[in-house]
Write a protein that binds this ligand. Structure first.
Ligand SMILES: [Fe+2]
Ligand SMILES: [Fe+2]
Ligand SMILES: [Fe+2]
Length: 421
């Protein structure tokens, strides 16, 4: 164990209060990245649904639920291609897959499982909901998300706000949208303010005000781990080549961190950082992420941006503390030649150096579009080369080499297996 093994955790200020709605708002920013150039969809859906619910004088708890559901309704979409379909087509044949995925993700997080039924039904036509006898309250909640979701999609296709959007959606009244919701939307969407609210900075300010009104729902470490695991799955689902990457990186980082004698609290925090280290990748178009061959300067810049975007999302979720930094520094080099902050070894916390090694090791152990998974000896050769080149920390790499079999198994273990002993 190196002498500074637990230095970062000694200075660690503790978790502080982590509020569920603040975390939802921050993670919704990451989901909205998937729109690439058309960002803000989840935020607009949440605010439009709340404004319609205000008109119907729904109780505050129900509106709060709609705000959360609106922000997270597209959590089943990781791919920018699928997102484009959802925005460019009013109705789309494959649309239900993302509802089912989103529902499964939300069911895995106890504090969000109440949103799962709404997300499952948020593309189900009104006539089907009624035919299937879905509970009236749930049917209306889900159908309201559907209606405003499609309003945003129609507007994004260039249809003018106000009457033209209403006219497109009215064609689906009764079949896809509940007449009573359509009537409310018909009234409210004629007001200019309804659309002005959806522009920045009003959009984010209104959502923050409305969502964070009540007493905070304070997350404990288990809640945070469940949320981070769910978002790790969202990130990993972006490409078949990154399947299990985030969970594998977290498992390897935990194994290495235990070897360095990190405290339980530091390990917990590092696990969450590792699960979310690539959340900024949600902004990278699929075509670029899977591209084979050299990248242009602009493409390299777009790729490099993901660690910065991770920093911004995690800062908003958990504050500008170690968790955001450990995650955001995973492409920094000990030489100072990494990106995007160009930090040198002295300012790179041990946890960040561990996540950086775990990130490389997991990626090498996994198939990529341009190569097969590498064997442990091949991985060692590359890790050694990266130490020699000033990229990775020598002490952490030595620790990984000393426990290579365990690290390799953790990196590629199937979900649900007891990867970490
Ligand atoms: Fe949507
Ligand atoms: Fe990364
Ligand atoms: Fe990564």
């Amino acid at each position: 164990m190196p002498p500074n093994a637990d230095a970062a955790s000694a200075a660690f200020p503790g978790l502080g209060i982590v509020d569920l709605d603040r975390v939802i708002l921050a993670l919704a920013d990451a989901l909205d990245f998937i729109g690439v150039d058309e960002i803000g969809h989840g935020h607009r859906v949440a605010l439009m649904a709340a404004l319609c619910a205000d008109e119907m004088e729904w109780p505050p708890e129900r509106i709060h639920l709609l705000l959360q559901a609106g922000l997270l309704h597209d959590c089943g979409v990781s791919s920018t291609r699928e997102h484009r379909h959802l925005v460019n087509d009013i109705l789309w044949e494959g649309e239900h897959a993302h509802c089912e995925r989103g529902c499964l993700y939300l069911q895995s997080v106890p504090l969000l499982s109440h949103l799962a039924p709404i997300v499952l039904e948020h593309h189900t036509p009104w006539a089907h909901l009624r035919h299937r006898g879905v509970a009236p309250g749930l049917a209306l909640d889900a159908n309201l998300i559907f209606l405003v979701d499609r309003a945003d999609a129609v507007r994004a296709r260039g249809v003018a706000e106000g009457r033209p959007v209403i006219d497109v959606l009215r064609r689906y009244e009764g079949s896809h949208f509940a007449p009573e919701l359509m009537a409310v939307f018909h009234d409210i969407a004629q007001r200019e303010a309804f659309w002005f609210y959806q522009e920045e900075p009003s959009l984010r300010e209104r959502l923050r005000e409305r969502l964070c009104q009540g007493p905070p729902v304070v997350l404990n470490i288990a809640d945070m781990r469940a949320l981070a695991t769910m978002f790790g799955r969202v990130i990993d689902a972006k490409s078949p080549y990154t399947e299990r990457h985030s969970v594998g990186v977290a498992a390897v980082a935990m194994r290495l961190g235990r070897g360095f004698g990190l405290s339980r609290q530091t390990l917990d925090m590092m696990e969450i950082s590792a699960l979310l280290h690539d959340i900024g990748k949600l902004r990278i178009p699929d075509e670029l992420l899977d591209k084979q061959g050299p990248l242009s300067a602009d493409e390299r810049r777009r790729m490099a941006r993901h660690a910065f975007d991770t920093y911004e999302v995690l800062r908003r979720a958990f504050g500008d503390g170690p968790m955001a930094q450990w995650a955001a520094f995973h492409h920094e080099y000990v030489s100072g030649q990494g990106y995007p902050f160009h930090l040198e070894n002295g300012s790179l916390p041990l946890e960040a150096r561990i996540i950086a090694v775990a990130d490389v090791l997991q990626a090498l152990a996994q198939r990529r579009p341009y190569r097969q998974p590498l064997t442990p000896p091949e991985i060692v050769a590359i890790l050694d080369g990266m130490v020699f080149g000033g990229k990775l920390d020598a002490t952490v790499v030595e620790a990984a080499k000393a426990d290579l079999d365990g690290c390799w198994k953790d990196a590629i273990a199937e979900e649900g297996e007891d990867a970490a002993s």
